[in-house]
Design a protein around this ligand. Structure first.
Ligand code: NAG
Length: 228
């Protein structure tokens, strides 16, 4: 294609000296000073000019398409980079050590400061106070599993936690009885949260959680969909 076009261009180019055609019955075309007038000269030049014109048209078309695609790629890349920098996910459990220990009971409702970190991508979970501060607005998936052990049968079992956003209870879990020595309860919700929202798990007054390296008590959240 390129060679043909080149030949055409050479043929159509201005100021070319005449050359001979070997083919029978053919005469050398006159040098063409204006390619646009080629059609008035002979059929071959006319076809070449059409081809050159078509090539130019295609080049303009491809240039425009490519520029468009580059713009779209840039936009897609920016969205991707933005999503990458907005990764938020954490998963923590109550204790790191092997020893079986209990958290509480306390007289008043107290935030649970989970000490073992499985993952804290984006470091939005604060181990010192157990608070997850939402870094980016969007839809988050959150889950809390609470476990306790009454110590021996007949003792009061008191698993009572709630998931709170800015001090407001979103959902609770409760296992308060003398029938079981051990029990667990789970909260799982999807919430639309704003940047700066404070999410924590509160242990109700008089209740307590127990755990060891089995990690029966977990608190996890991740950003499912970031707001645009
Ligand atoms: C996407 O954007 C990043 C950061 O601006 C840049 O480093 C990377 O080269 C871009 N990738 C493409 C395919 O444009």
């Amino acid at each position: 294609m390129r060679a043909v076009v080149l030949l055409c261009l050479l043929h159509a180019a201005a100021g070319m000296s005449a050359f001979n055609w070997d083919g029978p019955g053919r005469v050398a075309p006159d040098p063409i000073t204006n390619p646009a007038s080629a059609c008035s000269v002979d059929q071959l030049s006319c076809d070449c000019c059409k081809m050159v014109r078509e090539t130019n048209r295609l080049q303009t078309y491809f240039d425009a398409t490519l520029t468009n695609l580059e713009g779209e790629l840039e936009k897609a890349n920016q969205s991707f980079v933005a999503l990458q920098t907005k990764r938020v996910a954490f998963s923590v459990s109550l204790y790191t050590g092997d020893n079986f220990k209990c958290y509480g009971p306390f007289a008043v409702s107290t935030a649970v400061a989970y000490q073992h970190v499985f993952l804290n991508l984006g470091t939005a979970y604060n181990m010192a106070n157990g608070v997850f501060t939402v870094p980016y607005p969007g839809v988050y998936s959150l889950a809390v599993t609470s476990f306790s052990d009454a110590g021996s049968p007949g003792n009061i079992l008191a698993v009572c936690t709630s998931l709170q956003v800015n001090g407001q209870v979103v959902a609770g879990s409760r296992e308060l009885n003398r029938n079981d020595q051990e029990d667990s309860a789970t909260i799982a919700v999807a919430l639309r949260l704003k940047a700066g929202d404070k999410v924590s798990v509160m242990l109700s007054g008089g209740c307590y959680l127990c755990d060891d390296s089995s990690h029966y008590n977990t608190f996890s959240a991740f950003l499912l969909y970031a707001d645009a």
